[in-house]
Ligand binder design. Structure first.
Ligand code: PHE
Ligand code: ZN
Length: 872
């Protein structure tokens, strides 16, 4: 176990790193020449004269110190370290190792993907390449030499600038790359392969020309245009919004098919999962287009928040990740629809971070201990971390926040720092005391606000009493009160805004009084989701109707609809369990009718969001003991009733907005207006198709057939409905889809995910069959996420079938994966960690599987850390 409070400054630092890679078909020889010196900060009498390097799965060939070969007695080797005894104050170390990238299925360190070499070093993959001080506070200048067969690996890349390129005898070539910026080894990257390249350029605000290159596997060049546009858009945006300019003459991205996560911000040489680069209208949906832009912006933004200023240690991960998510969320908000972007961020937070924060894996944004750092690339560190930055922006205001960012960049450029330094910069520019605010970084759990109000008709005053609390989380039974920014508005009974205000809650309970309020107002609370908290306030249906129709804060308009629906569904679940026949109040559907009639020509995208009911996952969050079957049944009931009552309007909107030819022309810039139109008509189609009548069914089938070759948004929307209805066409359309797109790996992933999330009772047996499908490959993370991940995380009714077969299936997959790729195995296991939220029978079945996993020998740290925590 590693603890934050054990942090020690490194005893030795590395000034320069010279790496030589000799890439071969069976193995790779790595020669690392390091110039090391004792850290001058540490007083001489405290200095340890042994140097301890990290290293894993390395075959040590030789060590030289200042040109002399070391004898066996001069060093000690363990499975995970190499200690060089009695080193001088400053010295050269040359270490030769042999590694086997072709056998690397963990996809950490140097590995192969479709025959091309690539690396992934964050967090601790570099130690699988050579012995090193593998910690982010050791920053060095890297020079990288690559030697490889010219035919097989014509493209040889590393960080920084290419300084030399020569032919060698025997069909080989040699290149040298030099990165002028100091960096920690987790930002090192190397790529070697047969790749096509798209090239463009960008002129920075100061007039420098930067070469942009995207490298992809052969044949994928036509799918790079959107990504290239996105790079330029992100570069311009970061200049305009944060004054940050790119700092090298070249920016390269390589897209690889086998990658554990989304993408990686290696200096000057980002490596991406193909999923976040490749797109054209026929194979990528509108949401794929949006995600590509946001991941590109994310990795690009890391150049300043992550690379130029990096983390002192991995406990500070949110320093770069929370901040960079915050930055990419702002990018998306600024370049698409601010309110829809905010809705998506909040939905994401509630669907994954809230459950995490409420379960046995809960941890603070800045964790205090870990066994395996890879288990902490979580939505808490990333997404709650972004909310914590956002709250500081709200508390300081935009102008001071920007000043704080500027100070942070100016003060810490080139350094490896802590979250404390970030908050300090915000305090120093603003004179705002953030002492209490810092608790957001150290206390886990989602705070709850219990709000009551009181209107005094004689004094014309309105008072909100807000009480905060936060449930216990592992190791943190009691919490101190948080500093919570709460934006609010007050509406009169006709929906007109009387005032808006910004409250700061610091005590366990506070009263906020508003004067000269003519009549009892309706409160619009936590506007824009100004803090990542839960709110309890006893809204009357009529209040929610008014907010849903008229709130000037668009996010809260949407939120009112969500609240209204949650309230309704929870009530219907009671009826369902009591055996009372379900009835949808007409008030409820008439409010949707009002929306459809008044908004369909305005903001279509927002309207589509407002027509989307809260997910089963979010509904589950509202129940103490989750009843997956009731949630699913009742939610389907509400959808069906809405469809029945509003089918005329749905049909009308569908027809008005549906392009029968299903042609999309993006012209390299995609149009959020047209996108909104598609989102809207596709949600109308979903409502209509749930009615399962001939007319609507053939409408869906037509859309599928017309779009299949040209428009993936429309294809998927129709296919999802067709697959979720019992009908003879189901198998036909699935086969047709596969037939059409079998050679496109990313589309095949969609095909797997669609079947894994289907609600039909035979889903599990189908998923088991698909594991044996020739297109499935358990070594490929995208395939695992699409089939196993989607089933475990996005199909509550089928995963939680009360026979326990879903749990058993998942646990078996985890074991199989663990032997190949522990990081991915660990990500698959989390649904089982939530066992305490289910009924006794399911609790037992889930625990049985966790215990079965624990009984295995040789289980990875990754999986055992999560399973251990889950079983406590
Ligand atoms: N740092 C990467 C990002 O968020 C994520 C990542 C972590 C990628 C670990 C690979 C491995 O941009
Ligand atoms: Zn990141």
């Amino acid at each position: 176990m590693h603890y934050l409070h054990d942090y020690q400054t490194p005893a030795y630092l590395i000034d320069t790193v010279n790496l030589v890679f000799d890439l071969n078909e069976k193995y790779t020889i790595v020669t690392a020449k390091l110039y090391l010196y004792a850290n001058p900060i540490i007083p001489i009498h405290q200095r340890h004269s042994d140097l301890v390097l990290n290293g894993e799965l390395l075959e040590l060939l030789s060590i030289e110190l200042d040109g002399k070969l070391l004898e066996k007695i001069q060093f000690q080797k363990t499975e995970k370290s190499l200690t060089i005894l009695q080193v001088p104050e400053a010295f050269f170390l040359e270490i030769r190792t042999r590694i086997r990238p072709q056998e690397n299925t963990a996809l950490s360190g140097l590995y192969q993907s479709n025959g091309n070499f690539c690396t992934q070093c964050e967090a601790q993959g570099f130690r699988r390449i050579t012995y090193f001080l593998d910690r982010p506070d050791v920053m060095a200048r890297f020079t990288v030499t690559i030697i490889a067969d010219k035919e097989r690996y014509p493209v040889l890349l590393s960080n920084g600038n290419l300084v030399s390129h020569q032919k060698l005898p025997e069909g080989k070539q040699i290149v040298i790359w030099e990165d002028p910026f100091k960096k920690p080894c987790y930002l090192f990257a190397l790529v070697a392969g047969h790749l096509d390249c798209a090239e463009d350029f960008f002129v920075t605000q100061s007039g420098r020309q930067v070469t942009l290159r995207i490298y992809v596997e052969k044949g994928n060049l036509p799918k790079c245009a959107h990504a290239m546009q996105a790079i330029k858009k992100a570069m311009r945006w970061d200049e305009e919004k944060f004054g940050r300019e790119y700092d090298l003459d070249i920016y390269m991205i390589v897209a690889v098919s086998d990658f554990n996560s989304g993408a990686m911000e290696n200096k000057g040489l980002n490596i991406f999962n193909t999923q976040y680069i490749l797109a054209d209208p026929a194979t990528a949906t509108d949401m794929d287009y949006i995600h590509i832009e946001s991941v590109i912006a994310h990795e690009y933004c890391h150049n300043w928040t992550g690379n130029r200023i990096t983390c002192r240690d991995w406990f500070q991960l949110s320093l770069k990740e929370g901040l960079t998510i915050f930055r990419d969320q702002n990018f998306t908000a600024d370049t698409t629809s601010p309110v829809v972007a905010r809705i998506h961020d909040v939905v994401g937070l509630r669907n994954s971070q809230f459950p995490e924060d409420a379960g046995p894996l809960a941890h603070p944004v800045r964790p205090e201990c870990y066994v395996e750092i890879n288990n902490f690339y979580t939505s808490t560190v990333y997404n709650k971390g972004a909310e914590v930055i956002r709250m500081q922006q709200i508390i300081l205001g935009d102008v001071l926040f920007r000043k704080g960012m500027d100070l942070y960049f100016a003060r810490h450029d080139g350094q490896a720092v802590t979250i404390e330094e970030f908050v300090k910069a915000m305090e120093d520019v603003s004179d705002v005391d953030l002492k209490q605010f810092r608790l957001w970084y150290s206390q886990a759990g989602t705070p709850v606000l219990d709000i009551v109000d009181d209107y005094d008709a004689t004094k014309k005053t309105y008072t909100l009493t807000i009480k905060q609390s936060c449930p216990a989380t592992p190791q943190q039974p009691a919490k101190k009160p948080f500093h919570i920014p709460i934006k609010i508005g007050l509406l009169d009974s006709s929906g007109k805004e009387i005032i808006h205000d910004f409250l700061q809650l610091k005590s366990p309970e506070e009263k906020f009084t508003f004067n000269s309020i003519a009549s009892k107002p309706i409160p619009s609370l936590l506007r824009g989701f100004s803090a990542p908290v839960k709110i309890n306030y006893a809204y009357a249906d009529s209040d929610l109707q008014i907010l849903f129709k008229y709130d000037t804060d668009l996010f809260n308009r949407w939120e009112a609809g969500q609240r209204y629906t949650v309230k309704l569904i929870l009530n219907l679940i009671q009826d369902f369990r009591a055996g009372i026949s379900l009835q949808l109040p007409t008030d409820y559907s008439s409010i949707f009718k009002f929306l459809l009639e008044t908004m369909q020509d305005k903001d279509k995208w927002l309207l589509a969001e407002m027509l989307t009911l809260p997910s089963e996952k979010y509904l589950a969050e509202q129940m103490k003991i989750i009843d997956v079957d009731a949630i699913h049944f009742v939610r389907e009931f509400v959808l069906t009733e809405l469809a029945l009552q509003l089918q005329i309007v749905f049909l009308e909107i569908y027809e008005k907005n549906h392009d029968k030819k299903s042609i999309i022309k993006f012209d390299n810039k995609f149009d959020t207006h047209e996108m909104g139109q598609r989102q809207l008509k596709n949600i109308c189609l979903m409502y209509l198709m749930i009615l399962n009548n001939k007319l609507y069914f053939s409408m869906g089938l037509n859309q599928f057939n017309n779009a299949l070759l040209s428009n993936m948004t429309d294809t998927m929307a129709a296919l999802r409905c067709l697959v979720n209805i019992e009908n003879p066409e189901r198998e036909k359309v699935l086969a047709q889809f596969y037939q059409q797109w079998q050679n496109d790996a990313l589309v095949v992933d969609k095909w797997f995910a669609l079947q894994a999330t289907a609600t039909s009772p035979d889903t599990l047996s189908r998923v088991k069959q698909l594991l044996k499908h020739p297109a499935f490959d358990i070594k490929n993370p995208n395939k695992v996420y699409a089939l196993i991940g989607a089933f475990g995380q996005r199909n509550p009714v089928r995963f939680h079938t009360d026979t326990g077969e879903g749990y058993q299936f998942l646990a078996d997959c985890v074991l199989q994966l663990d032997a190949l790729n522990p990081q991915i195995a660990a990500r698959m296991v989390t649904p089982l960690s939530e066992w305490q939220r289910y009924d006794k029978k399911r609790q037992h079945l889930m625990r049985d599987q966790l215990e079965m996993i624990m009984r295995q020998k040789n289980i990875s740290h990754n999986v055992s850390e999560l399973v251990n925590k889950s079983l406590v």
